[in-house]
Design a protein around this ligand. Structure first.
Ligand code: TXA
Ligand code: MG
Length: 330
């Protein structure tokens, strides 16, 4: 649905960054590239703008947002960092890691952005365009992935355009992103917990911590019943076409999402074939994942058959998103 905003798309340059910062300051919604996926940014202190994010995305309002800041110092104004959190921030920021931490007392981020939780998700993105916009704006920017809720995340300005044109105020086009899956989310609770696998492989985090990350038992916190990382809701990453995982062959009228150099029976007759990484490289596969799911979703296939993808390194995040895609939409 187009609500009639103009939504200019500007190539990422100095003028676009300045306009993005002005737009945010005036309460506008700006899509911009981060190294993981495109974000839909709003002034984190402006509850009205944040409400517009939920509206533009059609997102359930209990889903809290990540506050993007320019550096650790800015992060410390909104969240309390214990020794573990500091260690992780120093090792991996700027980069594809989000930390869930207790809010500070004078945290400027609107309650609506944290969905009333007393914790806040914080991250320092590495993409130069995101960093320039944060610098020019000067405060925390909340930014969910710039896609309609329930749809796959946007990894190019064209994806943002196809989901959000007419619903937001500006798109800054910085080309295709390089990581391709969202940030890894770690909750720094009594013991650090992996809330969402993502662009920073679990092993790298565990190496720095010298211990294994816990996984939440289920998607819900047992005590409060509140989702710990509600972005992990079952149908978060679903294309419209059904997705069939671990396909050893292609059935009639299926499209194929391939991985690696091997072929599978029925491949020649597939409605379409896209290979995440013919040489079997997981970083390349992550970068292609959402774009290829979107492309195969437009083929009118009966289903998208997906070849097995290894689980190590970035494969954990890739398999997590594929599993959610296969669960279908609400
Ligand atoms: O790479 C990324 O993280 C991208 C780019 C734009 O930065 N952003 C992104 O945002 O993926 P979003 O809104 O699509 O996902 C944010 C996730 C959700 O799963 C949300 O539930 C979780 O972060 N989250 C936010 N605040 C939280 C909190 N206080 N406790 C637990 N989970 C939280
Ligand atoms: Mg998202």
């Amino acid at each position: 649905m187009n609500v009639g905003l103009e939504t200019p798309i500007l190539p990422a340059n100095e003028a676009a960054v300045a306009r993005a910062a002005r737009c945010l300051a005036q309460g506008g919604l700006v899509a911009f590239p981060t190294e993981t996926v495109y974000g839909l940014g709003a002034d984190a202190a402006n509850a009205g703008s944040i409400a517009r994010i939920y509206e533009a995305k059609g997102r359930p309002s209990f889903n809290p947002l990540i506050a993007h800041v320019g550096d650790l110092e800015a992060g410390m104004r909104v969240a309390r960092f214990d020794a573990t959190a500091k260690k992780l921030a120093e090792a991996f920021w700027p980069g594809p890691l989000t930390l869930v931490l207790p809010r500070t007392k004078d945290c400027a981020v609107a309650d609506l952005a944290t969905a009333g939780l007393d914790t806040i998700a914080v991250r320092v993105p590495a993409h130069p365009v995101a960093r320039s916009i944060l610098r020019a704006f000067g405060g925390p920017v909340v930014a969910p992935s710039a896609n309609l809720s329930g749809h796959v995340s946007a990894t190019s300005a064209a994806h943002v355009q196809s989901d959000l044109m007419g619903r937001i105020d500006l798109i800054v086009d910085g080309g295709a992103v390089n990581v391709g899956v969202e940030s890894t989310i770690v909750g720094c609770f009594d013991a650090p917990m992996l809330l969402r696998p993502g662009g920073l492989p679990r092993g790298e985090i565990e190496r720095v911590l010298g211990r294994a990350l816990l996984r939440p038992a289920e998607d819900a916190d047992n005590e409060t019943g509140q989702p710990l990382a509600p972005g992990m809701l079952a149908s978060h990453y679903a294309p419209r076409t059904p997705v069939r995982l671990n396909a050893g062959k292609v059935e009639t009228n299926e499209a194929l999402l391939a991985f690696g150099p091997d072929s599978v029976p029925g491949m020649e007759a597939a409605s379409a074939v896209m290979n995440l990484s013919p040489r079997g490289d997981l970083a390349e596969a992550a970068a292609h994942l959402f774009g290829y799911l979107r492309a195969l979703d437009t083929q009118g296939a009966r289903a998208i058959a997906v070849m097995p993808v290894p689980h190590h390194g970035l494969g954990e995040a890739i398999n997590d998103r594929l599993r959610r895609a296969a669960m279908g939409r609400e």
